[in-house]
Each structure stands twice: as structure tokens, then as C-alpha cells.
Design a protein around this ligand. Structure first.
Ligand code: HXC
Length: 257
């Protein structure tokens, strides 16, 4: 399948998605959203694929929602058509998605990275929510996900000043999982994704779902949610295989059921 604004490639059980609007620093327009959602639907539906990596270029992961596309839009265009609702569809991808970020991840670019399950940052990465400089606000979840990731003080400062955060600060603040030298970013992200894609598929889904529950539920309810998934996974063939493989000192052979 080919797309207009992204490149999609399968390497083993890993789907690599590269944002590909270099002249606009990968600005996210309606076509990018449509392409990403089509690619993610295909990824989720393909039992041969276990983890995805979303990346951009050396200069920019994505420099935001497409300002030129939004410039002439009014309230009815945004609210009436629920213009950005498709991003929630991306965020509901069931299998893990890693953001491999080099260069600018600004506005919607930062929001897209935060919609992924975790961020691996090149040492060149720069994160920001500069919407306020355009007299608007984040609109794809940035104010919420940034506050969850880095806490109120830093999220508020970032949103109100529009300043950028470099990779080191982002790692200290908990926005990114790890920093990698820029030259190694894609290799590292693909290896990390291959590790995840090599795990038992049902356990991967369950682990992702329960960590996400921590951001949606009060603690006691989240612990119950975890316990129910944990109990449920003991009904899978792969649980028997995983524990037998440990005892027999061999690698597990997963069936995905
Ligand atoms: C459309 C963009 C763009 C964007 C860059 N470009 N960002 N086009 N939307 N978000 C285009 C430029 O217009 C330019 O096109 C080309 O990409 C190269 O950008 P330059 O500005 O020339 O590059 P540089 O000087 O290196 O500066 C890089 C930059 C700057 C610091 C990242 O481009 C920048 O500040 N971009 C906007 C960042 C931003 O405000 N993002 C938030 C967007 S609002 P031409 O044709 O001139 O060569 C947003 C809202 C989300 O994301 C919430 C609602 C969904």
C-alpha cells in the first residue's frame, strides 16, 4: 500500500512509518491524518505485525498541525466538522507505537509523539507547544498529555510561553523514555520495536492497556483493571508456553492465543 504523505515499510514484525512532507517539515494536514489512520488500521489488523515506529526526518519529527491549512478556517470548520477528531482514532491504536523523534516536535508534532506509547528522542530533539504564539492552543490533546507527562508546572510554562524543551530536559521531565545519539535513533527504535514485537501478542496488548489505564482511572479501579487483565491472560495458551519455556530454559513459541 502506498500513501501520499507517509512511507510505510514492514521489517519483520515491525511496521516503520515515516512522515514524508519534507518541504513543510512534516506539518500534519488532513491527508497525513488520513494516511496515518489507514496505516495504523492495517498495522492493527495484521497478525504478522507486533509493533510500529513512527518517525520523521533528521530536521523535524513534525513542526505542528499545518498552519497553512488551518489559517482560513473558522469555528464552524473546526467545531462543526470536528476537524481533529481523527487524531483520537490514531491514539486508539491497539498495538504499541513508538515515536522516534529527531529535530522539531512542535505543536501537533509534539502531540502526535505523545499519542504514541513512548518517545525515543535523538539528542537533537526539541519539543514544544508553541500554539500560543499563533494566538491558539493545543488541540490534539497536548495540554492534557503534556501535563500528565511532565506535571503542571512545566506543562503550564511550556504552553504559556511556547518555549522549546531540548532532549535532555525532556528526559529529566519524563516526557521521553530515553535519549539516543541522532545517528543511532532509527536503529535503536527498530531494535526496541523488534523486542516488543517478539513478545507474546496478547501480553503486549494487555500490558499496553493497563499502563494506559493508569492515566484514565483512580488507583483502586486501575489496580482492579490490571488484576482482571492479569487473571484473563492465564486463560491463554501463550501463558502456559511462556512459563513452560522459562522452566525448560528455552525461548517461547507464541501462538497469539
Ligand atoms: C505549515 C510549516 C509548519 C507548519 C513549518 N512549515 N512549520 N507549514 N505548518 N506547522 C513550513 C514553513 O512555512 C516553510 O515553508 C517550511 O516549512 C520550512 O520552515 P522554516 O520556517 O523555513 O524553517 P526554519 O526556519 O528552520 O524553522 C523551523 C521551525 C519553524 C522553528 C520549526 O518552521 C516553525 O516555527 N514552525 C511552526 C511551528 C509551530 O508553530 N507549530 C505549531 C503549529 S499549530 P515555505 O513554503 O516557507 O518554505 C499546531 C496546533 C495543534 O500544531 C493543535 C490543533 C490541532
Amino acid at each position: 500500500m502506498t500513501y501520499e504523505t507517509i512511507l510505510v515499510e514492514q521489517r519483520g514484525r515491525v511496521t516503520l512509518v515515516t512522515l514524508n512532507r519534507p518541504k513543510a517539515l512534516n506539518a500534519l494536514n488532513a491527508q497525513v491524518l488520513a494516511d496515518l489512520n489507514a496505516a495504523m488500521a492495517a498495522f492493527d489488523a495484521d497478525a504478522g505485525q507486533g509493533c510500529a515506529v513512527v518517525t520523521g526526518s533528521e530536521k523535524a519529527f513534525a513542526a505542528g498541525a499545518d498552519i497553512k491549512e488551518m489559517q482560513a478556517m473558522g469555528f464552524a470548520d473546526m467545531y462543526g466538522t470536528n476537524h481533529f477528531a481523527g487524531w483520537e482514532v490514531f491514539a486508539r491504536t491497539r498495538k504499541p507505537v513508538i515515536a522516534a523523534v529527531a529535530g522539531y516536535a512542535l505543536g501537533g508534532g509534539c502531540e502526535l509523539a505523545m499519542m504514541c506509547d513512548f518517545i525515543l528522542a535523538a539528542d537533537s530533539a526539541k519539543f514544544g507547544q508553541p500554539e500560543i504564539k499563533l494566538a491558539v492552543t493545543p488541540g490534539m490533546g497536548g495540554s492534557q498529555r503534556l501535563a500528565h507527562a511532565v506535571g503542571k508546572a512545566k506543562a503550564m510554562e511550556m504552553c504559556l510561553t511556547g518555549r522549546m524543551m531540548d532532549a535532555e530536559e525532556a528526559e529529566r521531565a519524563g516526557l521521553v523514555a530515553r535519549i539516543v545519539p541522532a545517528a543511532d535513533l532509527l536503529d535503536d527504535a527498530m531494535k526496541t520495536a523488534a523486542t516488543i514485537a517478539g513478545m507474546a501478542p496478547l501480553a503486549v496488548l494487555a500490558n499496553k492497556e493497563m499502563v494506559n489505564a493508569a492515566f484514565e482511572m483512580p488507583l483502586a479501579q486501575g489496580v482492579q483493571f490490571e488484576r482482571r487483565l492479569f487473571n484473563g491472560i492465564f486463560g491463554s495458551e501463550d501463558q502456559k508456553e511462556g512459563m513452560a519455556a522459562f522452566v525448560e530454559k528455552r525461548a517461547g513459541d507464541w501462538k497469539g492465543r
